[in-house]
Design a protein. Sequence first.
Length: 402
Amino acid sequence: MPAYTWVGKTREGLTKKGVLVADDVEAAMANLRAQAITPTTVKPKGKDLAEIFPFLQKGVKIRDQVVFTRQFATMIDAGLPLVQCLDILGNQQENLTFKKVILTIKGDVESGSTFSDALGKHPKIFDRLYVNLVAAGEVGGILDTILSRLAAYLEKNDKLRRKVKGALTYPTAVTVIAIGVVIVMLTKVIPVFEKMFKDFGGTLPAPTQWVINASHWLQHYVVYLLVGAGVIIYALKRWYGTERGRAILDALFLRSPIFGSLLKKVAVARFSRTLSTMLSSGVPILDALEIVARTAGNVVVEKEILQTKASIAEGKTIAEPLQGSKVFPGMVTQMIAVGEQTGAMDAMLAKIADFYDDEVDTAVDALTSLLEPLLMVGLGGTIGGLLIAMYLPIFKIADNVV
């Protein structure tokens, strides 16, 4: 639906202005009158640069969702009507992309849609987990409680994601810097040494000659090398987008010697937190497992959860199919079994999630402590080796002079 900018006066005579989404100008004016505002100006909102050029549109971050959800829960708990909450939150939103989405949702709710159905029209921002929990809250009349749980879930999930991202950022940055330094040395520094050695004459030591040959090769093929690296990265991304490619790479990630253990702990924490949130909100177990599987982020984990769902449909417990899992440790399945027996599955899953959040913290710290010296040694060894290779002829010349 189109957006309209408006200016109007309240019953107290105060001038207000804002943006709303409606089918046409008449619907926008009727909407304002329903809010006890007398419109003086209502006109179509002009297009922003981001609307003309989609690549300029700002994405909606998890932090934006957390703040929106937390504020929404507070306002609903205070007794404000749903449409008024959306209007306030939409108009105060600084992220223009998110603002447009919220105001569109407000328009859909005013047109008769349920809140969950209106959210479901924007799957890139509000995933199935979010939509289904809101639907459960609407049916149970506990929307404020559900929104508070959602905000807490999103905060913890974002914290977990940032931990993993932080663990990957450092080695990636150091590796990129090391490659950049080596390229600069081979293409800019080594040729200067090579010219100096030619002036001296004589045979160069083998390490020096290898470095010079590498410099020649890189200067001639650097463009092809960069293009080839770009093609390989693009091809891998496209392959990862296929079902087979994603299954193979996800399995390799989980089996990798350095990051595999960390990724498994992240998967268990996310599974436990998501399932706990959904079960405590009243979502049926089969529906909850379906959504948890689709939001797992790893095909191997997704398949194991879907197998668990199929086993439950046949009358088995959750713990049974998870026994012998390559992702979920025995301790987790035993705790889940205890939760099933005591009828406190959601509370037990929350405890598992808290435990594995701490485990991820420990694993990230250990990984950083391990990689930091290894990367420093690798970077120092590479640059040091290049420098030694360049200084060997100088030492040789000095010996001959003596």
